[in-house]
Design a protein. Sequence first.
Length: 173
Amino acid sequence: MEIGHVGLYVSDFDRMLAFYQRVFGLAITDIDRSAKRSIVFLTADPTSHHQLVLVTGRPESEQHLVNQISFRLKALAELRRVYKKLVDDGVPNLDPLTHGTAWSVYFPDPDGNRIEAYVDTPWYITQPHRTTIDLLNSEEDIYAQTEALCRNASGFKPVAQWSETTARNIKPI
């Protein structure tokens, strides 16, 4: 199972659209603007009509309506590019870290929703775990530092071994 898409009510449609296009390179697949409601469908996967939907109509309150939206990227190089864009754009409250099982950066989007961009590592360690990392370091340094951290952490094993064990515990529906 994978998450098919996420939909967000937004307060500033154009600002949010520009943010997600700039940071994640999402393409517009459909857009409808009107005085009553604007909606846009965005994707980074040419085989998926949309992965993110933005719609006007977010209530005016300080309460965040979304706990977190996580974007899984394919490679550490992609995560480092996203992080650099966020730094260059002056996005506040960047939180780059490793969970041992993943390299991540957490940050707010323009409406204050908590966003995570992440890449899986080849290791498993007992969760929860978080250690701050510098995503501006070289990929070689990030790999070496994370592997050393994982080898000294509780539950360490290659992720392939963890997946085999987990697969035996999943019951078909």
